[in-house]
Design a protein around this ligand. Structure first.
Ligand SMILES: Cc1cc2nc3c(=O)[nH]c(=O)nc-3n(C[C@H](O)[C@H](O)[C@H](O)COP(=O)(O)OP(=O)(O)OC[C@H]3O[C@@H](n4cnc5c(N)ncnc54)[C@H](O)[C@@H]3O)c2cc1C
Length: 416
């Protein structure tokens, strides 16, 4: 029984129990964190220079971490969606944003559509080894001339009736894992006027039903990256996420059989919009975890660094910065968890997923920026790694849909 004295005496250090996580989730969290700190984090500095090696996939597959929420029949652990949130959160301890992103492309971007829409053969060929970590996946939506405007893509897949094959031509850019991947989940147009029939900004599914037919004519393919005509053109240099590889890819008369179609011919736009919801929610969880991680490091710093005879954390101005940051992080976290709970319980809360992605991405960048400020000159130095966190987190406001597109989806969901 709690006494009045206990109630009046706040216990700020109490172990926080989040409503979506059970003891099993917490045990999983412990083991993922132990692994990340022992086997990944020591390499973070090197991987910033060289990108992380492929053995990470194999090792994490061996430990079961690539299939935490995937069905057991395909080698997964059969856990719930919260298990994948645990992984996304704990990856922040690697202090290597590019690594977390490369893995999330595998587990939360490319695998879900294969498992959701793939044939049994496709699941056996690609999902099973991807969960085992012996095959690496990437996802190709963005093109040099079309990112936010997914329906504006130009990559074409034309059916060759005589050979019962599709012939693919086009290019994709900013493709994470593009250099190392064995297969790409590729978004193409199979009808020449697909997307052009649209009006306004075909940025997401939150559009009136009447306009949905405009998004027919897109098709997903599973294209092995070693096929003739698949060209890994360029390794792109980036502001942050240096540990990930980011590719410019070209597809020149790439021939694939009908069995390479993923999902329904003509329904690829809907399939990829479904995929984006999971990607955005997991991205939001990762952003909150990144913000918490940089907050914790900075809090430590503020207690140790002295100026004018006292720890800088004891200046009211700095104390209030922490208070502001903590409030934002906690707000974003609860939005992510509540939305994840709805997702896990069978709802498809596109509006809230979008809000979570928008808000978490924004506050993560604000927090990282403030943490640079609290570190003073050291915050600007590579040695402290705070500037790296800011550079890595900055991607969240662009990748998987920009802030502006998130705002548009939310606004449209109110019928505007
Ligand atoms: C490091 C990195 C990794 C990535 N990994 C992948 C990947 O693995 N696979 C993949 O397919 N893609 C990937 N992307 C691409 C990413 O999803 C796109 O960059 C993003 O969707 C934005 O598209 P864009 O870059 O073409 O910008 P654009 O669409 O050209 O947008 C430019 C600006 O215009 C604004 N804008 C556009 N349309 C509207 C509108 N309707 N209303 C208001 N403002 C608008 C945008 O918000 C933005 O500010 C990656 C990107 C980066 C940087």
């Amino acid at each position: 029984m709690t006494s009045t004295a206990d109630v009046l005496k706040p216990d700020f250090a109490a172990q926080r129990k989040q409503f979506i996580f059970t003891d099993e989730h917490e045990q999983l969290r412990e083991s993922v964190r132990r692994f990340v700190i022992k086997e990944l984090r020591p390499h973070a500095e090197d991987w910033e220079e060289t990108t992380f090696p492929d053995w990470v996939f194999e090792r994490m597959g061996e430990l079961g971490f690539l299939g935490l929420d995937k069905p057991e029949q395909y080698g997964g652990q059969g856990g719930d969606y919260y298990a994948s949130l645990v992984l996304a959160e704990e990856m922040a301890h690697a202090h290597c944003g590019g690594l977390a992103m490369g893995l999330a492309v595998q587990t939360d971007m490319a695998l879900p559509p294969i498992l959701a829409f793939g044939t049994e053969e496709q699941k056996q060929e690609w999902a099973v080894p991807a969960i085992r970590g012996t095959r690496i996946l990437c996802l190709g939506i963005t093109e040099p001339d079309a990112g936010s405007d997914v329906a504006g893509i130009k990559t074409r897949a034309v059916y060759d009736e005589a050979n019962r094959e599709y012939v693919i031509n086009g290019s994709k850019t900013f493709i994470t894992n593009g250099h190392r991947a064995h297969v790409i989940v590729l978004v193409t147009k199979t009808e020449s006027d697909a997307g052009r029939r649209t009006t306004g900004t075909p940025s997401d599914q939150a559009r009136p039903d009447a306009e949905r037919s405009h998004f027919e004519g897109f098709t997903l393919f599973l294209v092995p990256m070693d096929l003739p005509g698949v060209i890994r053109e360029k390794r792109l240099q980036k502001l942050g996420m240096h540990a990930s590889d980011t590719a410019l890819l070209a597809f020149q008369d790439v021939r694939v059989p009908e069995s390479a179609v993923l999902g329904q011919v003509g329904r690829g736009f809907y399939h990829i919009m479904w995929e984006l919801q999971g990607e955005r929610l997991i991205g939001a969880a990762g952003a909150v975890a990144g913000a918490q991680h940089v907050f914790d490091r900075t809090l430590q710093y503020a207690k140790e660094r002295h100026a004018f005879g006292r720890a800088i954390g004891h200046f009211q101005v700095i104390r209030h910065k922490f208070a502001e940051m903590a409030t934002k992080i906690e707000t974003a976290r609860q939005l992510v968890y509540t939305t994840a709970w709805r997702f896990q319980n069978g709802e498809y809360p596109v509006r809230e997923i979008t809000m979570a992605k928008l808000y978490a991405a924004r506050i993560a960048v604000e927090v990282a920026d403030e943490c640079i400020q609290i570190h003073g000159g050291n915050g600007y130095m590579k040695e402290y790694g705070i500037e790296r966190t800011w550079r890595d987190l900055r991607l969240n406001r662009i990748g998987a849909g920009t802030d502006e597109i998130m705002l548009d989806v939310i606004g449209r969901s109110y019928g505007l």
